[in-house]
Every structure is written in C-alpha cells, then in structure tokens.
Design a protein around this ligand. Structure first.
Ligand code: IPE
Ligand code: IPE
Ligand code: MG
Length: 243
C-alpha cells in the first residue's frame, strides 16, 4: 500500500520545512562528482515542490545553502550558484500557482543570481497557492542576531519599549515573519542535527529524519514523512486528555 494513498488529505501540515541533505554522498556512491548530486537534487526540488502544492501544503521552506556552506571549496560554491541560476523555473511556479520567496543573508549572493531570484519573486508574487521559500545564505544565528539588531535600533529610536517585547516581537523581526512556524521539519541524508536551521521557528515542530539522500527523496518518501507526522499527537505542553 502506498503512503501516498494512506495520508489523510484533510490533515496535511500547513508548513513543511526541509533540510535537503546528502547530495554529495549520493554522487560519491555513484563515482560521480558532488556537483552531479546537486544537479539531481535540484530536480528533486521541483518534484517535491509540485507534490507539496498538489497535496495542499501552504508553505514549503527549503534549506538550500547555509551561511556555513560559504566555507566549502570555491568550485563547489560556484557550481551551486550557477545551478541556482539555471534551475529557477518560473513556468513550474506559474503552472502550480506557487509564489516564490527567499530568506537569508542574500546580499552575499552574486549579483546576477540575486537579480534572477528577484525577478522570479516579482513575477510569482500574485500567485495564491503554496509559498515556496528557499533559505539561501541562511542560518538561524545570523537571523536571530539580525532581529536583535533591528529591535535594539527601534528601542534606541524610541519606537519600541523594552517592556513591550514579547516572543511575537521576535517572530515578527525574523525573515520568516510572513509564514507560520513549521508543523513538520524533514531532514534527509541520515544526519540527526538541525545545522543552524529555523531554531526559533521549530520550537514545537515535529521532527522527521530519514536516511534517504536528497536526490532519491521523491513523492512516496515525502508522503511517508507526512504519514509519520499524522500518527503523532501534538500536545504543546498539555496532557493527552486535554487534546
Ligand atoms: C546538501 O547536500 C546540499 C547543500 C548543503 C548545498 P550536501 O552537499 O551537504 O551533501 P552531503 O551531506 O555532503 O552528502
Ligand atoms: C545543511 O547541510 C545545509 C543545507 C542542507 C543547505 P550541511 O551538509 O551543510 O550540514 P552539516 O554541516 O553536515 O551539518
Ligand atoms: Mg551535507
């Protein structure tokens, strides 16, 4: 029986965040270069984005390039940036009514990449279906530090009082302010860690780790993660009887 047929379509998580890991090891297993893994991984992005939109996911947030990934060999970073340029398919987004966004320390991206991304953001901004966000040059520590700087500035300028700071003040100063917190966080590739991704936002997310390398993560694996999520009870600190 396929997981795809077993999932409850009326209880699809509204926001799914994914750490797309394992491209390099997938390629190495095949005696290929790491960049080949990234190429096939980019195809997976389209497959999963279309599937998520079809299932009715409202927000899909993909960890695409971390702040720490700038420390990879120069040729790998260059290959990833050029792949990013080539794999932004506006037609797929238009066809699926997907609005495209990016979060992260994006001014570090090469100018031509940023301009291509901005063009796509603009063209898809009125789409009313799923919101697909790529986290690029992103890390939670960068994002939280940036939020603190903004809040401190507002306090300095007399626009905000210290006693009025709530957890919502912090959420609204993060780059993810336009989306709800993830219901489900998936990490492919076998590592059991968060690698500086959405640390604040995942305070109460359900976590799902699988061994499958990202290039092999297709519709059925995605449904399996959703199915697993649907078997859980989210208690948010309450007792089972209160739910
Ligand atoms: C994830 O795959 C993609 C990026 C981090 C850009 P990796 O490149 O980390 O692949 P592994 O983990 O080395 O196999
Ligand atoms: C996390 O993967 C970042 C992305 C998937 C973009 P990494 O492969 O960089 O993570 P670590 O360094 O192994 O934790
Ligand atoms: Mg990795």
């Amino acid at each position: 029986m396929l997981y795809r047929e077993q999932i409850d379509k009326s209880r699809i998580p509204a926001h799914i965040a994914i750490i797309m890991d394992g491209n390099g090891r997938w390629a190495k297993q095949r005696g290929e270069k790491r960049s080949f893994g990234h190429q096939v991984g980019a195809e997976t992005v389209h497959v999963i984005a279309e599937e998520a939109a079809r299932l009715g996911v409202k927000y899909l947030t993909l960890y695409t390039f971390s702040t720490e990934n700038w420390n990879r060999p120069v040729d790998e970073v260059a290959a990833l940036m050029s792949l990013l340029m080539d794999s932004i398919e506006e037609e797929t987004f238009m066809k699926n009514n997907i609005s495209f966004r990016i979060i992260g320390d994006i001014n570090k991206l090469p100018a031509e990449v940023l301009s291509r991304l901005n063009q796509c953001i603009k063209h898809t901004s009125t789409n009313t279906g799923m919101c697909l966000t790529l986290a690029l040059s992103y890390s939670s520590k960068w994002e939280i530090t940036d939020a603190i700087k903004q809040i401190a500035t507002e306090i300095n300028e007399g626009k905000l009082a210290i006693e009025d700071i709530t957890d919502n003040t912090i959420s609204t100063h993060l780059s993810t302010s336009y989306m709800p917190d993830p219901d489900l966080l998936i990490r492919t590739g076998g590592e059991i860690r968060l690698s500086n991704y959405l640390l604040w936002q995942c305070a109460y997310s359900e976590l799902y780790f699988c061994e499958t390398f990202w290039p092999d993560f297709r519709e059925e694996e995605f449904s399996k993660a959703i199915y697993d999520y649907q078997q859980r009870e989210r208690r948010f600190g309450k007792t089972s009887e209160q739910i």
